[in-house]
Design a protein around this ligand. Structure first.
Ligand SMILES: [Zn+2]
Ligand SMILES: [Zn+2]
Length: 392
């Protein structure tokens, strides 16, 4: 504790990367928007053509596929418009061409007029619909927040390694049904602990109370699961992938080894399964958890007032990602600061934010390298152990 008090906090310096910056009027914004909307339009048309294979059974209940065709229509026209803009601005024409080509391909496959019919549900599918909606929603909400209230003004949208995190983002959303199948299989091991009479009385509680209990129970599981990933030697390399990101923003939280992504979702399903809250509460928790998971990684100075002493906020989770000494192995909570406070792992200076992010030991930069990293670390650990055994 005394070490923490003596610690000299520094301010993080982020240099403006002019090469990666978006500037009004040079065509780069139009080019990227054209490709972004063109690619999403093509994916959406494919999802309309092959809904059994490319949409998520659980998510389909939450949206009206016919109404979303109107959004698709505007997305396609805007992609063409922004693509044409790059030609007038005479820069980034290649990006503009790529965007236009993607949209024309989407038109050729039927565009926004593909008939919407009944869908044959498949157990395993790709969550293309989930990916498109999450990308549009995240880009609209969190990018606006980062631009309006940035913590580090000089940090650009296309910061170093954004491509890596974008691929993680896509994987985590496309694999949604595989994750759910695994999570359901995992929770089925707890069938013996399910009590219908307990669940009935739980559902009779006021909605707000149900939500709060669900939040605390889920956070208790997530806290310990997270802490184990930090302290168990062979698990750390799996979780280190999430910590290897050095510029936090709305996309950074997506970086995570698939073992962690699958195990985290499976673990958090257990308290939800046992408590059995009403459907509305469960949906509210899923939405809250999804938004908070992105928000806490955001590059934003959004003021939370006293709420920052109750809920996990960007400042709290940014400290979790810091490689500075007093912050190492602290702030494990996902939703609330409660368990970090209770178990003595909280690091939350009043005003300071970290100056350094990432892991103390560098990790591979590529996705393949990061995917293999926990396995190669395990092999190294086993070799060292057997060598030590021989030397004794
Ligand atoms: Zn961690
Ligand atoms: Zn994180």
């Amino acid at each position: 504790m005394s070490n923490k008090e003596k610690y000299e906090y520094r301010n993080r310096v982020v240099e403006l990367d002019a090469e990666r910056q978006f500037r009004l009027g040079d065509g780069k914004i139009s080019g990227y928007l054209s490709v972004f909307l063109g690619a999403l339009s093509l994916l959406a048309v494919l999802a309309y053509l092959y809904p059994s294979l490319l949409t998520t059974t659980e998510l389909r209940k939450a949206y009206d596929a016919e109404k979303l065709q109107v959004v698709l229509k505007y997305g396609m026209y805007f992609s063409l418009f922004f693509g044409a803009m790059t030609h007038f601005l005479k820069k980034y024409r290649r990006l503009g061409c790529a965007g236009i080509l993607l949209t024309l391909l989407a038109f050729a496959l039927g565009g926004y007029a593909v008939p919407v019919g009944p869908v044959e549900p498949m157990e395993l599918s790709l969550g293309v619909d989930w990916l498109i909606l999450a990308l549009l929603g995240s880009a609209a909400i969190f990018l606006s927040l980062e631009k309006l209230l940035p913590k580090y003004k000089n940090q650009v949208i296309l910061r170093a390694e954004w491509e890596t995190d974008f691929i993680y983002f896509c994987f985590n959303h496309l694999a949604i049904s595989a994750i759910l199948i695994y999570a359901n299989y995992h929770t089925s091991h707890f069938n013996w602990a399910v009590s219908p009479s307990f669940q009935e009385s739980f559902q009779a509680l006021p909605t707000v109370l149900q939500f709060l209990i669900v939040l605390v129970a889920a956070d208790f599981v997530l806290y310990w699961e997270h802490r184990l990933f930090h302290v168990v030697k062979c698990l750390w390399p799996v979780h280190a992938v999430h910590h290897s990101v050095e510029n936090l923003d709305w996309l950074a939280g997506s970086r995570g080894h698939f073992i962690q992504v699958f195990s985290e979702r499976a673990m958090v399903m257990v308290p939800l399964y046992l408590l059995g809250p009403s459907e509305g509460v469960l949906n509210a928790y899923v939405v809250f958890a999804a938004l908070q998971a992105v928000l806490i990684h955001c590059n934003t100075r959004l003021p939370f007032g006293v709420l920052k002493y109750i809920f996990v906020t960007p400042q709290f989770h940014h400290w979790h990602h810091s490689s500075e000494k007093p912050a190492i192995d602290t702030n494990f909570g996902a939703h609330l600061v409660l368990f970090d406070w209770l178990f003595g792992t909280m690091h939350m200076p009043k005003t300071h934010w970290p100056a350094e992010y990432g892991t103390t030991k560098p990790l591979p930069k590529t996705i393949v390298g990061q995917t293999i990293y926990p396995f190669s670390s395990l092999v190294k650990m086993m070799r060292t152990k057997s060598r030590q055994g021989r030397d004794r």
